[in-house]
Design a protein around this ligand. Structure first.
Ligand code: NAD
Length: 335
């Protein structure tokens, strides 16, 4: 099949080409632009489109893809909040995704953010490069014995809970569907308010849905244990970013690690180091000493890229054979 791959970066090209190398079943057309209404025409002549997290797949774009002859969208990510699934169903476009590639990649990265913020590695790194070996301002706390709250205990949340348990942390969890493996680690399922009030570190691992949009807003932040740390490696819009800044200014939020940002589509996966950032909310976050922001890299391990490419190929093969991807995302999944 001919597959138009949007938002291609060199590592996407390498991983997909390697997965396709043995049998050359598919003809990949690698495109750097992000998919939106202005770029959808680039898919002309393709049977399928391969898209990433910040590609736009709303009703208008899907209609344009259908008009271009596209019958399948394969997402090279787990989240599918950026796809209008009802429109895809109406237009008879199948949607596939990679439901699990490496929960370890994201969970390990989440702990890396928590450790960085707690032990101020980001500040120590900058200081020692300047010949400053002063410790004042770098004080952290032992993770052992502290309470970690995990919001969303699916594949990644479970992995992160396991890592935190390995550090000797106590675990609180919030999820409408409790996970027995997480309970077996000693985690106690509580309400979100109880989790926020009782945790030294809160980590978000739920998907972005209408129910989780701005789940962590000003009211939720007001209920945090004073000075607690918040880590978000799920999706940007699960938190209300201006409310985070207010909580950081007030000191109710003690530290913040973000790998995702609500408006990241205009920022991430590009080198903007020569440009002025126009998003003042984002720019403000970057000025705070107790905030670490990274550009949606939690997934970014060689293992995860290989797994994403392999599952994407499997989705394409299944569609070519049976008319539906192996990991089909359907409108019924939106709950
Ligand atoms: P998953 O489906 O295995 O688990 C999600 C869990 O969240 C489920 O247990 C579900 O019951 C729970 N949940 C749903 N609604 C909830 C709510 N209102 N409150 C609390 N919990 C709720 O998904 P996963 O593989 O663990 O991935 C989780 C999310 O991580 C993805 O949806 C994606 O947005 C994000 N992600 C980020 C990166 C990255 O690079 N930063 C990479 C992969 C995934």
């Amino acid at each position: 099949m001919r597959v138009a791959v949007f938002s291609t970066r060199p590592y996407d090209r390498d991983a997909l080409s390697r997965a396709n190398a043995a049998q050359q079943r598919h003809d990949f057309v690698f495109l750097e632009p992000r998919l939106d209404l202005s770029t959808a025409a680039l898919a002309a002549g393709a049977d399928a489109v391969c898209a990433f997290v910040n590609d736009h797949l709303d009703a208008a774009v899907l209609a344009a893809l259908q008009a271009a002859g596209v019958g399948l969208v394969v997402l090279r990510c787990a989240g599918f909040n950026h796809v209008d699934l009802a429109a895809a169903a109406r237009l008879s476009i199948e949607v596939g995704r990679v439901p699990e590639y490496s929960p370890h990649a994201v969970a390990e990265y989440t702990m890396a953010l928590a450790l960085t913020l707690n032990r101020k590695i980001h500040r120590a790194y900058a200081r020692t490069r300047e010949g400053n070996f002063e410790l004042d301002g770098l004080l952290g706390f032992d993770l052992h014995g502290r309470t970690v709250g995990v919001v969303g205990t699916g594949k990644i949340g479970e992995c992160f809970a396991r890592i935190a348990a390995g550090f000797g942390c106590r675990l609180l969890a919030f999820d409408p569907r409790p996970n027995a493996a997480v309970q077996a680690l000693g985690a106690r399922y509580v309400t979100l308010a109880e989790l926020l009030a009782g945790s030294d570190i809160v980590s978000l691992h739920c998907p972005l849905t209408p129910q989780t949009h701005h789940l962590i807003d000003a009211a939720a932040l007001a209920g945090l244990k004073p000075g607690a740390m918040l880590i978000n490696t799920s999706r940007g819009a699960v938190v209300d970013t201006p409310a985070l800044i207010e909580a950081l200014k007030a000191g109710t939020l003690g530290a913040l690690g973000l790998d995702v940002y609500e408006e990241e589509g205009d920022l991430f996966f590009r080198d903007l180091s020569d440009e002025v950032i126009h998003d003042d909310t984002f720019a403000r976050l970057l000025t705070l000493p107790n905030v670490v922001v990274t550009g949606h890299q939690a997934f970014f391990t060689e293992d995860a890229l290989a797994a994403i490419a392999a599952v994407t190929l499997a989705n394409l093969d299944a569609f070519a054979r049976d008319g539906r991807p192996v990991h089909k995302v359907s409108v019924e999944r939106i709950v």
